[in-house]
Design a protein around this ligand. Structure first.
Ligand code: SIN
Ligand code: CO
Length: 374
């Protein structure tokens, strides 16, 4: 990894001293960086109904939030203030250069990565003082943004508005970030970014799911896994004084039934593989419009290799591989699958007939793409 990204410290030092602990401001983290997308192209993206786009602005001192898709005229609408922010989630699904940018953050496990968000703000705009439940690297594209941050413990939010805005924000530090500068913030760190000029900011976000979310999702997973035999029985039933009362014997028997719901480490691994690679509900894959035949596919892969579609998520644990919410059933291809998961691409010379059928199906599903079509 290039050490300039973290201001001259190694990724080991960053993880030890800053990650999940304290903010880090890096001037010129990416020299010459001015962004990955022009505003016009971003506005066009915001008109696509598959794209998760939000508009934030204040009207009569009240915060307002609108969800896309947006037409050009929405940005000029007279009913809205001229000070507004457009936020687009998952830029890495639409812009190949965004994926390359994310690869610079490979020193953090892919299992933690959420997405690359981009914001476009008119001068003076921002989304208000707030905190995120994410680790985030805020990378400045073109234009400048003033960031104020605070380690405050008071994270109470204003009630009854469509955005998360802190009731009391007490900034402790502030900087103006110019193109290529970057600010890392751990979760729950209060911050407020206001555009100095018309500007664009890229947020590399790393999810940190709550215990509640993990537990709820694990129970959903377990629901399909449990196989318990037996049935409620009461051959010794006796007459109750209150027929409406749930009897003690019933409570005890049901408690014993529920106690038979158990899981092992292998279930936790399988759950994590599926849960962490599960595409978000609004994510769509795009199967090839005119797919190559299996023979032509093999030839093209041999020549140029292939890569994961930008929407694809792939992770592994030991020899278990997961792609987009499902386990990959492909024996004896560990090395290749590891390469695909780590690098998101494989070169042509890695081709072996052993994985052709599986990979061809993944290609037809839109999960992987031929390298030449990138
Ligand atoms: C923004 O880019 O406007 C907001 C990013 C953030 O505060 O998380
Ligand atoms: Co934020």
């Amino acid at each position: 990894m290039n050490e300039q990204l973290l201001g001259g410290i190694s990724c080991e030092e960053f993880l030890r001293d800053y990650w999940q602990k304290r903010p880090l401001l890096v001037r010129n983290a990416m020299p010459g960086f001015t962004g990955l997308i022009e505003p016009d192209a971003l506005f066009k993206l915001a008109s696509d109904e598959d794209v998760s786009a939000r508009l934030v602005f204040q009207k009569d001192h009240r915060w307002e939030l609108e969800r896309g898709p947006f037409a050009r005229k929405d940005f000029k609408s007279a009913r809205r203030s001229p000070v507004w922010t457009l936020l687009i989630q998952e830029l890495n699904h639409y812009v190949p250069a965004a994926e390359a940018l994310l690869q610079q953050f490979d020193f953090i496990p892919h299992a933690r990565l959420d997405d690359l968000m981009v914001s476009y703000a008119t001068p003076g705009a921002g989304v208000g003082p707030h905190f995120d439940s994410y680790d985030v690297f805020l990378l400045q594209g073109w234009g400048r943004r003033r960031w104020q941050i605070s380690a405050q413990a008071d994270l109470a939010l204003i009630d009854g508005i469509p955005l998360k805005i802190l009731q009391n924000f007490e900034p402790e530090q502030e900087w103006i970030l110019a193109p290529g500068d970057m600010l890392y913030l751990p979760p729950h760190y209060a911050h407020d970014g206001v555009a100095v000029d018309e500007c664009m900011t890229y947020s590399v976000g790393f999810r940190a799911p709550s215990t509640q979310e993990i537990a709820t999702q694990f129970l959903v997973y377990m629901q399909d896994k449990i196989q318990l035999d037996g049935q409620y029985q009461d051959p010794d039933l006796i007459v109750q004084t209150h027929p409406a009362q749930i009897g003690e014997a019933m409570v005890a028997q049901v408690a014993a039934m529920i106690a038979r719901v158990q899981w092992e480490r292998a279930d936790v691994i399988d759950f994590l593989g599926r849960y962490l690679t599960e595409p978000k509900p609004h994510v769509y894959f795009h199967p090839p419009e005119r797919p190559a035949s299996e023979t032509a596919f093999e030839e093209k892969v041999r020549r140029h290799g292939l890569h994961l579609a930008p929407q694809s998520q792939m992770l592994f644990h030991d020899a278990r591989y997961y792609l987009n919410g499902e386990e990959v059933s492909l024996a004896d291809c560990s090395e290749l699958l590891q390469l695909l998961a780590d690098k998101r691409s494989i070169p042509g010379q890695a081709f072996t007939p052993a994985w052709r059928d599986w990979m061809y199906q993944a290609y037809l599903d839109g999960y992987v793409r031929l390298a030449e079509s990138r």
